[in-house]
Design a protein around this ligand. Structure first.
Ligand SMILES: C[S@@+](CC[C@H](N)C(=O)[O-])C[C@H]1O[C@@H](n2cnc3c(N)ncnc32)[C@H](O)[C@@H]1O
Length: 340
């Protein structure tokens, strides 16, 4: 099997705007002795990761690099092949432009010490030189693709379990698989959503003043009082706002921004800047000015770019009237329960 030759060919075709579909990619792969369709998909994604990192590391303004990665995404082949393993492990990777801008938010375009705990083929690491990253992945093919990229460490750990390096990294970035999990108790909270548990494990490895970008499934919905609807989601956001400075949570439309990665599932991008010195606080109330869904890469850029290279660790900037109102309502509810 001529893996490197195939990847080189796919990179060249991407750079030269050669359009492909699943059949044409599989035909080229077969000419290099690669016939397993899932392997073809994984190697094709590796070629995309390598091209995206090349574009991301050029000495150009963030916006120009972002738009060139959007262009790359728009010409990549749709990675639609699925297997029982890929569905079980929810191996739907992040579109490269989202990985890039989320990484820039985390400061990963500068030298540092970063972690991706369910790294797939590395699409969330593209804002950075690979040597700045430790990555983790349980799938063998994906881990072998990661090993070729020059990350300073490639781990093979179940990311639902605690990592041995607590508060170690300048930033973490993750798009864990979405699903259910047996109840896991973390501090005074209990979680049954896989992506919530894996995000919290990842956050535990972030330094107190670190940054994080988390991608989780679904969109936020609010009740008639403007609070996040009661249930698993509210539980997760109450945890996040209690322990971390949550800068933004962006609903991303799956059809418009994700479909070339083989899924149209809606997602949220959660941006975090540091751990709270004193735990406390609640998720803010619904705010029509910021709680809208983004339907294009341009909109996503505008939404994230305003935070780039700003010191966000002082949360006062972002403790909006909505968050103060949410605290007041929470207090009111607590008092009402107390009086019952
Ligand atoms: C949704 S994909 C995202 C991959 C990559 N983060 C990206 O955005 O392109 C989730 C990844 O997590 C891996 N995975 C699934 N369960 C895992 C676990 N328990 N521990 C570590 N990795 C896991 C899958 O193999 C898959 O590559």
């Amino acid at each position: 099997m001529q893996k490197q030759e195939f990847i080189q060919r796919m990179r060249q075709d991407l750079a030269n705007d050669v359009k492909h579909n699943k059949t044409s990619v599989e035909r080229i792969a077969a000419s290099f002795g690669i016939t397993d369709k899932n392997t073809v998909k994984e190697f094709t994604e590796l070629a995309i990761v390598l091209e995206a990192r090349r574009l991301s590391l050029r000495a150009l303004p963030v916006y120009d690099r972002y738009m060139s990665i959007v262009e790359l995404y728009n010409k990549q082949v749709t990675l639609s092949h699925r297997t029982s393993q890929s569905m079980l492990l929810q191996q739907y990777s992040t579109p490269a432009p989202i990985g890039f801008i989320a990484g820039v938010f985390c400061g990963m375009d500068k030298e540092g010490f970063y972690f991706e705990p369910s790294a797939g083929n590395g699409l969330l690491t593209i804002a950075s030189e690979a040597h700045n990253f430790a990555v983790n992945e349980i799938d063998d093919v994906r881990r072998s693709n990661l090993k070729e990229q020059g990350f300073f460490k490639v781990y093979d750990q179940d990311a639902t379990k605690p990592f041995p390096f607590i508060k170690s990294f300048d930033a973490i970035i993750t798009n864990p698989p979405f699903g259910k999990v047996e109840p896991v108790k973390l501090n005074e909270f209990e979680f049954t959503v896989l992506d919530h548990v894996m995000c919290i494990r990842a956050l535990d490895t972030m330094k107190d003043n670190g940054s994080a970008a988390l991608i989780i499934g679904g969109h936020t919905a609010w009740d008639d009082k403007g609070r996040i609807q009661a249930g698993k989601n509210r539980n997760f956001f109450v945890y996040l706002h209690k322990y971390y400075n949550v800068v933004d949570c962006i609903n991303i439309d799956g059809h418009k921004l994700y479909s070339r990665q083989g899924t149209a599932f809606n997602t949220r991008l959660i941006l975090i800047s540091g751990r709270k010195k004193v735990p406390g606080g609640f998720p803010p109330f619904y705010n029509p000015e910021s709680d809208y869904t983004v339907y294009s890469f341009e909109e996503l850029y505008n939404r994230v770019a305003k935070y780039i290279d700003r010191d966000l660790t002082d949360k006062n900037d972002f403790t909006s009237a909505f968050e103060l109102e949410a605290e007041a309502l929470a207090l009111e509810l607590e008092l009402m329960n107390f009086k019952k």
